[in-house]
Design a protein around this ligand. Structure first.
Ligand code: EZ4
Ligand code: CO
Length: 402
């Protein structure tokens, strides 16, 4: 069965998504997600101009060889534009193989080793009391794990707070919009948030928090230590992880579990973090770390170090990535949790899918392949809109990490 066509579909059902659809000589097709939030057309162009031509005529079953080809053929290694394209092709080929053999992809990955993947979702409001209300609502909906964010006094616009995360920040704006930041005020409020949360719901629900790359190693160590009594499931992206060795200092100062890596594109980005056991969870996703093949390589490396995965699952990755994460999630031993943010309804219509959520757990379903498709006619109705992720400036105007 040979690859006959690689279509690149760009659509905006509530937010932008880039999809690769691979067609084969036997009429079986597969889909893969290539969405890179804020840089969508770079990946779409890379796919259509540079990747698609070299895949035509190749054996659609040669997943590993195609993955290696995509890693090596460009000579220029890694980088999120390249790996998003590679991820989409990889997912689509797993989808095709599952459909051709009549089995859900998780069977190809070794079969089920758990009944479902625990999901966490996001509670975040300006006031601590409102975040706790959201937390209680999610517990009623069945969640066993919830990420908590809250407003930072004196900072008007903060990551993870009071925004419908299903939609695209800044879509249609000509420039990235600007958020503020104040580390001192933030470090003052976060311990209060978790104190209030534990008081309200006890220890029966896992609580998570995303620092979103804002702290220095010593600040992160302080915060982790300060939160220890509240027993977080994880503290995410405490630092920008460009220098993996920076986590040594954080690790030495706190036993709060650490999660890193939604921006990682390969094992190279987290090899030291894992080998030195500087983290507990790696956040790499099927769409940015080389598809199911790339994700499996990271997980296999992490397993003996007792590092688990907690795949990035924000709404800016399409339902195809969620499906891939769940096939991986039920078949891979060291999977810890899966992030779940709801997609806009229109996106769920454009990408009909077999996965389900019940009692806090996600399941990939039993459909052959990934169990997700793209309705191309519907996708065509939603035109791409340029959008940017925000940027952050301190009070004195200094640009810092979003
Ligand atoms: O900022 O997906 O944990 N989730 C996150 C997300 C990311 C966005 C970036 O595109 O940090 O909200
Ligand atoms: Co995050």
């Amino acid at each position: 069965m040979n690859i006959t066509q690689v279509k690149v579909i760009v659509t905006n059902p509530g937010r932008n998504f880039v999809t690769a659809k691979i067609e084969t000589s036997e009429g079986i097709s597969g889909v893969g997600d290539a969405t890179l939030n804020g840089r969508e057309l770079a990946v779409a162009t890379y796919l259509s101009e540079h990747v698609a031509p070299m895949l035509i005529g190749r054996d659609a079953f040669a997943i590993e060889d195609t993955w290696q080809l995509m890693s090596r053929a460009s000579y220029w290694r890694r980088g999120p534009v390249q790996t998003a394209a590679q991820s989409a092709i990889d997912m689509a080929l797993w989808d095709i193989k599952g459909k051709a053999l009549g089995v859900p992809v998780y069977q190809l990955l070794g079969g089920r080793c758990r009944t479902g993947v625990m999901a966490y979702t996001h509670a975040g409001a300006a006031e601590i009391s409102e975040t706790i209300d959201d937390l209680q609502m999610f517990i009623e909906q069945g969640y066993h794990a919830v990420r908590l964010q809250c407003g930072v006094p004196g900072v008007p616009d903060v990551y993870g707070v009071d925004r419908d995360t299903s939609t695209q920040p800044g879509a249609g704006t000509e420039r990235p919009y600007v958020e503020g930041w104040d580390t001192s005020a933030y470090l003052g409020v976060v311990p209060k948030l978790f104190e209030a949360a534990r008081e309200a719901v006890g220890f029966g629900t896992h609580l998570l928090h995303d620092v979103h790359h804002r702290l220095t190693p010593s600040e992160a160590g302080w915060l982790g230590k300060r939160l220890e009594d509240h027993r977080l499931f994880w503290l995410e992206d405490a630092l920008a992880s460009d220098y993996q060795s920076a986590y040594r200092l954080v690790r030495q100062h706190t036993t709060t579990p650490l999660a890193v890596g939604e921006v990682f594109t390969s094992l190279v980005d987290c090899e030291q973090l894992i080998r030195e056991q500087l983290i507990d969870y790696v956040r790499a996703s099927a769409v940015h770390a080389g598809g199911l093949t790339g994700l499996r390589k990271i997980a296999a490396f992490a397993e003996p170090y007792q590092v688990k995965t907690g795949c990035h699952g924000a709404a800016d990755m399409s339902p195809i990535t969620m499906a891939a994460a769940l096939h991986f999630g039920v078949s891979t031993h060291n999977v810890g949790i899966q992030e779940r943010a709801l997609h806009p309804e229109e996106a769920d219509d454009v990408f009909p899918h077999a996965y389900t959520f019940s009692d806090g757990y996600l399941d990939p379903g039993e459909a052959p392949g990934l169990g997700v498709d793209i309705d191309e006619a519907l996708a065509e109705r939603y035109e791409y809109r340029r959008g940017y992720l925000p940027v952050v400036r301190l009070r004195d105007g200094t640009l810092t990490n979003w």
